[in-house]
Design a protein around this ligand. Structure first.
Ligand SMILES: Cc1cc2nc3c(=O)[nH]c(=O)nc-3n(C[C@H](O)[C@H](O)[C@H](O)COP(=O)(O)OP(=O)(O)OC[C@H]3O[C@@H](n4cnc5c(N)ncnc54)[C@H](O)[C@@H]3O)c2cc1C
Length: 101
């Protein structure tokens, strides 16, 4: 049987109203996870439309930064440090797909 939404037409609860929000995101749509410019200050930010799904992994990665633990290879590119990597930033800028959900 094909999937369809038609069963819900004209049956939406009258007391409900649509809600939404704004995505907090960087231009390139990658989050900022790790140290900020002020020593001892860390952030998990700009989680865009994937923050609920990514929150546990993002928190773990930030804890690794705080702890001074060994970091995965992608950590730098998910932190503010990516802005000091022109080839990486150029590749992101040239990409047509920012992965916006
Ligand atoms: C419409 C919509 C649908 C989404 N759907 C999904 C989804 O299906 N799956 C998914 O993974 N993600 C989804 N997301 C993204 C996800 O909701 C966010 O990435 C996530 O909530 C970000 O979490 P956060 O804690 O970083 O920020 P937030 O949840 O925005 O929390 C920030 C908090 O800080 C408070 N705050 C702000 N400024 C101050 C201040 N000056 N002082 C004190 N408090 C302050 C705010 O009130 C807020 O409570 C969606 C987002 C939107 C908008």
């Amino acid at each position: 049987m094909p999937l369809t939404n038609k069963a819900y037409y004209d049956k939406l609860p009258a007391t409900k109203s649509p809600h939404g929000g704004l995505y907090t995101m960087t231009d390139e749509n990658l989050p900022i996870i790790g140290p900020l410019q002020t020593e001892g200050v860390f952030a998990v930010a700009a989680l865009s439309g994937f923050g609920t799904m990514a929150s546990c992994a993002a928190g773990e990665l930030c804890a690794q930064w705080i702890d001074g633990a060994e970091l995965p290879a992608y950590a730098k590119h998910l932190s503010l440090q990516r802005y000091a990597d022109p080839p990486f930033m150029t590749a992101l800028t040239l990409s047509n797909d920012r992965g916006v959900l």
